[in-house]
Design a protein around this ligand. Structure first.
Ligand SMILES: Cc1ncc(COP(=O)(O)O)c(C=O)c1O
Length: 423
């Protein structure tokens, strides 16, 4: 039954029950954490054979010794591998170090230095970026680091609100880019539809050549389901629309092998790649090619990636099922929260009644259950409706996850009743 259909007396009775439960949690000395979107130890163990996999063979077919300096674009075999993640030919892939975020940061730095700053000075305009919300906080941190103003755009069921995006671009030439997590988006789990991808390919015809689509495909192969979502190839659509120069793709093996010791990929046109390579050459002689080769040997090909990711799914799938089951059991049909049931990726996105996210997060924190700070999924930490909460179920054990969720649902229902009773 929906909470708002309950009488005042019924609400007060339920409030008393929940307060008792909440008080019991206070004295339980809990220390649980639902904030960390990182793989658990069992997942990391899946890749332990990376260690020693080269068995002393460091030479590539072309004679390159991967232990030595050089090769800023990455070894050919790893570029092929990156092409499998991003659906691109190897010649359009550069392989970086252990973090795609670093590549994103460096790419924005490159655009600032080479084009955007000059443009903004001569037009006396602030550089702006579109940010689909809720979104990934570290994208926002990169914008912050470069004083790029962020404009939120709502996420819909099939991707960001394209009507709004097209309108904004037509009105404001100082918008220089957009962040996207096009598959199993962080945190909503949304995969952009084919129509949305087509519209993305045409955006630079409105926004101009210097507009960049930062296509962060961090969850390209991270399915939680045997029928994976299909994402259309933006680069192909952009080639058709003659806008390929605006497409900058990213992926990594952070949540495939070792989160701290994986390899990362950037996908871009050959001309863009050359220019970016030149920019990077001031700061590096070459990436960790030994690790690149280890990943090639370990993952091998598309079948190897798929088989490996199935093992991840078997470990984390039950955690996502548990989140959905506990939320459904306690909050289903109560009219006080809605949440996503993602087909892939690392997060569940939940909305409370408007105005309650920070209260729920504080209540949970006060009894030892840490949740991602309110507003973290919005630029400048500002969730205008104060209702989005990101749940990351992969890292805790099943038992810790169950306990944390049980506390969470009590906090959420209690906060909702308190709000209803105030009306
Ligand atoms: C959307 C998204 N992009 C990038 C990253 C980080 O990627 P990397 O480890 O390759 O820097 C994350 C990690 O949570 C993410 O959710």
């Amino acid at each position: 039954m929906k909470l708002e259909q309950l009488s005042i007396t019924q609400l007060e009775e339920r409030q008393l029950q929940l307060e008792k439960q909440y008080d019991a949690y206070k004295s339980a000395g809990l220390s649980l954490d639902l904030t960390r979107g990182k793989p658990g130890a069992e997942q990391l163990d899946l890749s332990n054979s990376l260690d020693g996999i080269l068995q002393g063979f460091y030479l590539l077919q072309d004679g390159t010794d991967v232990r030595n300096y050089g090769g800023l674009t990455g070894i050919a075999e790893a570029r092929e591998l990156g092409g499998l993640f991003m659906d691109l030919p190897a010649k359009e892939v550069m392989v970086g170090g252990n973090s795609s975020l670093t590549l994103m940061y460096n790419y924005i730095h490159f655009m600032m230095e080479s084009v955007w700053l000059k443009e903004s000075k001569s037009n006396n305009e602030t550089i702006k970026f579109l940010c689909p919300v809720p979104g990934y906080d570290r994208h926002f941190t990169i914008c912050d680091a470069f004083n790029i103003e962020m404009i939120p755009v709502n996420m819909l069921d099939d991707g960001p609100d394209m009507d709004h995006i097209e309108k904004l671009l037509a009105q404001d030439a100082s918008i220089k880019g957009i962040w996207c997590v096009p598959k199993y988006s962080n945190p909503t789990g949304t995969t952009y539809s084919a129509e949305v991808v087509e519209r993305f390919a045409k955006l630079p015809t409105i926004a101009g050549d210097h507009f960049k689509i930062m296509w962060d495909n961090a969850y390209a192969v991270h399915h939680l389901n045997d029928q994976p979502d299909q994402l259309s190839n933006l680069m192909d659509a952009a080639r058709e629309a003659d806008t390929a120069e605006s497409v900058i793709m990213f992926a990594s093996t952070s949540k495939v092998t070792f989160a701290g010791s994986g390899i990362s990929f950037i996908g871009l046109s050959e001309d863009n790649l050359k220019a970016f390579e030149k920019f990077l050459s001031a700061s590096a002689i070459g990436p960790d090619k030994v690790n690149q080769l280890r990943h090639v040997r370990f993952l091998v090909d598309a079948d190897g990636i798929q088989a490996h990711m199935r093992k991840h799914k078997d470990i984390i799938g039950p955690r996502f099922d548990m989140v959905d089951n506990v939320l459904n059991q306690h909050l289903g049909n109560r009219g006080i929260a809605d949440w996503t049931k993602p087909m892939g990726g690392y997060f569940v996105s939940l909305n409370t009644l408007p105005g309650l996210a920070s209260t729920v997060i504080k209540m949970a924190g006060d009894v030892g259950v840490k949740l991602t700070p309110a507003g973290a999924t919005f630029p400048n930490g500002d969730d205008p409706r104060n209702q989005n909460i990101r749940i990351a179920p992969t890292f805790p054990s099943m038992e810790a996850l169950r306990q944390a969720l049980e506390v969470f649902v009590v906090c959420l229902e209690l906060a909702s009743i308190q709000q209803l009773l105030k009306r």
